[in-house]
Design a binder for this molecule. Sequence first.
Ligand SMILES: *[C@@H]1O[C@H](CO)[C@@H](O)[C@H](O)[C@H]1NC(C)=O
Ligand SMILES: *[C@@H]1O[C@H](CO)[C@@H](O)[C@H](O)[C@H]1NC(C)=O
Ligand SMILES: *[C@@H]1O[C@H](CO)[C@@H](O)[C@H](O)[C@H]1NC(C)=O
Length: 579
Amino acid sequence: MFSFLALSLLVSLAVARPTMVVHERIHAAPAGFSAMHSAPASTMLNMRIALKQNDISGLEDALMAVSDPASALYGQHLTKEQVEAFVRPKPETMAAVNAFLVENGINATSISPAGDWLAFSIPVSKANDIFESDYTVFSHAETGTSAIRTLGYSIPASLRGAIDLVHPTITFPNTIGLKPSFSAPVPTVGKRQVPASCSSTITPACLQALYGIPTTRATQSSNILAVSGFIEQYANQADLTQFLRALRTDNTNATFTTQLLDGGSNPQTRSQAGVEANLDIQYTVGIATGVPTQFISVGENFKDGALEGFLDIINALLAESNPPTVLTTSYGQNENTISRSLATQLCNAYMQLGARGTTILFASGDGGVAGSQSARCTTFVPTFPSGCPYMTSVGATQGINPERAASFSSGGFSNYFAIPSYQASAVAAFKTRLGSTNSGKFNTTGRGFPDVSAQGVNFEVVVDAQTGTVSGTSASSPLFASIVSLVNDRLIAAGKSPLGFLNPFLYSAAGTATLTDITAGNNPGALSSPPSICVCSLVTDWRRTGCSTNGFTATTGWDPVTGLGTPNFALLLNAAMAL
Ligand SMILES: *[C@@H]1O[C@H](CO)[C@@H](O)[C@H](O)[C@H]1NC(C)=O
Ligand SMILES: *[C@@H]1O[C@H](CO)[C@@H](O)[C@H](O)[C@H]1NC(C)=O
Ligand SMILES: *[C@@H]1O[C@H](CO)[C@@H](O)[C@H](O)[C@H]1NC(C)=O
């Protein structure tokens, strides 16, 4: 520490202060946050810098070429080295940023395989000095969340073309936490008998019948289905076994493997089992029969943001020479809680993993047009990362006959990402049908989501040895992921490439034809009952969900409630085999 200080002192004497330019600035902290006081000078900040990537539009072209069935390169996924060549910052970019850091006595470490992210720890005083920031302790009154952030920061003018963003700066923690995308994960405790009918409780047998999902074992050991775990949600093997003994009597021995990062763990004490993690594991292992399933538990090393974990899980998979063929994530948050630059960086990470041949699925969220959770709103709130055009967003349906939209299924249009070409005509056709409904409530140039949907209401699960039901797009994403994994198993067995990034295929005529169009239901995001803890002034807010509208309505063709529709295994397999 002593020599570190001395070095930086010498350097600051020797080097003239560079001309600084404001790089990012917001006018005020997000609603609910108040500035308490200046951050203590000696508090250490875990900082990250995203460097300008070498050729991200080249990588986007490459991703589309390997994902578009009309392209000659379809299925020829990129190697680790090929992706890194697009992403690795130019030598002069790295040299310029390194020189700046070294001048300031900072020893940064690369935290991504392509070297486009650097991390280092410095005290608040030093951050304020070198980034002309004003790190302040902000507190969120309702949730008690506190975070050290700055409303703006500057970088040397000479580095404008080299630095994409500095974090943590203007992206505040998500005030509702990075919650599972369902709102009422309360298992009904102690119910022993399982309702017979799929119209009241969804079990693996219901889904196998509805979507034609096979029960025969997958055979390909390289075909890994990965399940993201965040916020200390642990997946429990004993609960899984109890679930399988009740509902998959033909596959009771199935297990999953665990990968840990950022200080993550997966303790097996049953009372520590997480509803979200158990749901995700039970409806992957329990549906994707025989597919090697990996639970990735991302720890809380970065407590006040968790977006670090969103980046780190992707960089960890990018570092593997054979990453999973499918990754499902049932976490997300409102797009407006993340800066545009950070959202773009995370989206670029999905672009990289998609180019490697991984199908990336996320739950679309559970607040309908109001965002990731039901909330008061004036204009519609898109969710992240569903607005990112390089992943597949999964909404929720309910009911068997007819299958219709779940009212909580988040859907809408991004404010950060423009309509990608693969969905341009599908989105245009929807807007023609929509006419002036909801006009002014959503961004007419934004990427539409979700892309697809699947059942998401009243899934039977076992949590801490108790049987209960849960609902949410959190159920839909692992279910859809399992179906893709089973298709990949057959493709790989036939010597073909796995499906990889799905959207260009799904929106093509051949892809759309594999899906069952859902044409009933809407997504105001209203809760079916008042919140369990009733703050009486908020009761009207609960009723006023959907931003004072009925949300969007599912209709013929793509819609921002159920996307293109729900899966059919046989049709998807046949179309995929024909690619
Ligand atoms: C920089 O940090 C890394 C790991 O954090 C360490 O291995 C290395 O020795 C450090 N280098 C210097 C010059 O302090
Ligand atoms: C499960 O494991 C037991 C003992 O290891 C074995 O006897 C049984 O055949 C297995 N069942 C299945 C369905 O694989
Ligand atoms: C609407 O979306 C576009 C991206 O298509 C974005 O550039 C623009 O800023 C958004 N408008 C608003 C008001 O957020």
